[in-house]
Design a binder for this molecule. Sequence first.
Ligand code: HXC
Length: 257
Amino acid sequence: MAYETLLVETRGNVGLITLNRPQALNALNSTVLKELKLAYAAFHADDAIGAIVLTGSERAFAAGADIKEMQPLDFAEVYKSDFISGWDEIAKARKPIIAAVSGFALGGGCELAMLCDFIIASETAKFGQPEITLGVIPGIGGSQRLTRAVGKAKAMDLILTGRMMDAAEAERAGLVSRVVAPERLLDEAMEAATKIASLSRPSVLMAKEAVSRAFETTLEEGLRFERRLFQSLFATEDQKEGMAAFIEKRKPAFKNR
Ligand code: HXC
């Protein structure tokens, strides 16, 4: 399928989505959201795909929601259309998604990166929630996900002042999992995604579910949830195979069942 705002390709068992609106620094308009949902759905429906990488250009992962599209809207339109809720669907995606971020990840762009399971950043990456400078606030989860990722002090600092933080600060704060040289960014993300895609699918999906649950529930409930998932994996053939392969000093041949 041909997309207007994305480049979508398959590399081995990994789905690669590249935001492609260079004239607007990959600003997220309604077409981007519609197409991202379609691209994600296609990768989810494809059994061969075990993980997804989402990236942008060297200059910008995404410079935010499209300000030109939002500027004329009024409250009734924004409220009735439930303008932002479509992004939740992306947060609920089941297969792991890695954000490979170079350049600007601002506003909705930072929020989109945080909807992914983890962020690998280029040394050039700049993260921020500048909505306050436009007379609004984050709307795709920035005030919640950034606070959980970096804590109240830094989230308040970024969201109240609208300043940007560079990749080194983002890594120290725990927003990104790794920082790499710009020319290594896509390879690093693809290697991580390829590794994930080579592992047993049920355990990968459950690991993602378990970590994601840590953001939503109490420690006691989360531990109970993790234990049930752990126990249930003993019903899979891949658990027998993975452990047998270790004992027999060979590579496992997972069947994703
Ligand atoms: C629409 C955008 C845009 C955006 C950049 N562009 N960001 N268009 N929406 N979010 C466009 C510019 O208008 C310009 O188009 C072109 O991209 C290049 O941008 P420049 O500003 O000329 O580049 P530069 O001087 O390098 O500055 C880069 C920048 C700046 C610092 C990233 O563009 C910027 O501050 N952008 C806005 C960042 C922002 O406020 N994001 C939050 C949006 S609100 P032309 O046609 O003039 O060449 C948001 C809310 C989310 O995200 C929640 C609700 C859905």
